[in-house]
Design a protein around this ligand. Structure first.
Ligand SMILES: [Fe+2]
Ligand SMILES: [Fe+2]
Length: 394
């Protein structure tokens, strides 16, 4: 086969594989979107193997090689390479005869549902080899959660440092947050489904960290769906990422408490919007809407939340968008006080909050955004579309 065509076909296979693996990590390996995506991988893969007899991909340090040469670093190849690197997979070899069952098994293993070792016993057509890492002899090959973050280890480290300096009330350099948001916006323009970038909750003590990334991503998705662009879109993402900054000052034992909170504990929790806003207000490079969102994100649309404000308070629209993103991520993911909810349950519940806790127009727009991305949702009003405009956060 012409090697150019060969590489084009391989990239298409990897593009489809990256999408089903990400979908499996975000929802589950049995989700209909995963199952419907499998033919898109297996059909061209079988054609490829009919000509090439074998497909061996070598992965080293987040780079994927085919026939000894690095594949061009498009987002899908990069995403797969990062996943395989994180799982310490050194190579993947696929031979003719591979079928959908083999591929589903690979997806279950790579998405963290089953041990990678299972693949060795259940598939004779797909084999994997592990990188020899001395430091980890305990079989811990990482989790799907970190593998799908879409962030490089350096970016993760920088972001963690940012949050630690917030916790220490130091002057913080927010350039990392700002460049991350720019990266997400860039990625969203290339990828069809921005929700692919959401970070599944990893460990409860990283709640604030992963939740903040997700709220930033969801804010960007909402903003784009409303036609917001440029600096405002950027600020909206930053606002989402920093909305819970004040939580870094709250005693972790309270944040992680599984049972219901005492009145005193709840009073402490309720201080995080003020803490966050006060802190961010004095930091260079933080957009004003991020300060507002930190302060207002628990006020509720009907102003019955906290901090309490005088009647007639005008909530910033950016804060109201952050409320929608915040509520969605809190309901969707597992928390110490509740399990993860599936999309229909989350969306059904959000509809009950529309008009009281959440801005109804923004909630409906958000649920429609999910619907456009292929989710099965409860019935939604059909004509209630918010017109695009550019002054939502001013
Ligand atoms: Fe909060
Ligand atoms: Fe939050």
């Amino acid at each position: 086969m012409n090697s150019g065509q060969n590489i084009i076909q391989l990239r298409e296979i990897l593009r489809c594989l990256a999408q089903v693996v990400s979908t499996a990590a975000l929802y589950s390996p049995e989700h209909p979107k995963v199952l419907s995506g499998i033919p898109g991988v297996i059909d061209p893969l079988q054609q490829f193997l009919a000509k090439e007899q074998e497909l061996t991909l070598i992965v080293t340090d987040n780079v994927m090689l085919y026939l000894g040469k690095p594949l061009e670093q498009d987002p899908n190849v990069q995403r797969l390479a990062r996943i395989f690197t994180r799982l310490e997979i050194g190579f993947v070899r696929i031979v003719p005869g591979v079928d959908s069952a083999d591929l589903r098994q690979l997806i279950r293993c790579v998405s963290g549902q089953e041990s990678l070792d299972v693949l060795r016993t259940r598939s004779s057509k797909i084999s994997i080899g592990f990188v020899d890492v001395d430091s980890k002899g305990d079989g811990d090959r990482g989790t799907s959660a970190e593998a799908y973050s879409g962030l490089t280890p350096l970016q993760l480290e920088e972001l963690k440092n940012t949050y630690e300096s917030i916790a220490g009330q130091e002057q913080t350099d927010f350039r990392h947050v700002i460049s991350l948001v720019a990266g997400f916006i860039e990625a969203f323009r290339r990828e069809a489904n921005p929700l692919m970038a959401l970070v599944p909750i990893r460990e409860l003590d990283e709640y604030t960290f992963t939740h903040s990334i997700n709220v930033g991503i969801l804010n960007i998705a909402q903003g784009m769906s409303l036609g917001i662009e440029g600096q405002l879109l950027h600020d909206l993402g930053v606002a989402g990422m920093l909305h819970d900054s004040g939580k870094t000052r709250i005693d972790r034992r309270i944040i992680q408490k599984p049972g219901s909170l005492t009145e005193e504990e709840f009073a402490v929790i309720k201080s995080h919007p003020s803490y966050g806003a006060q802190y961010l207000m004095n930091q260079a490079g933080v957009p004003a809407v991020a300060v507002m969102s930190a302060y207002e994100h628990h006020m509720r649309y009907d102003l019955q939340g906290y901090p309490q404000v005088p009647a007639g308070w005008q909530l910033n629209l950016c804060s109201q968008m952050t409320m929608v993103s915040d509520t969605f991520d809190a309901l969707r993911t597992r928390r110490i006080y509740k399990g993860a909810w599936d999309f229909p349950k989350v969306c059904g519940h959000m509809l009950t909050l529309a008009g009281s806790q959440l801005n109804p127009d923004l909630t409906i727009n958000f649920l429609k955004l999910l619907a456009d991305l292929g989710e099965t949702l409860p019935d939604l009003p059909q004509d209630d579309v918010i017109p695009a405009r550019n002054n939502y956060c001013e």
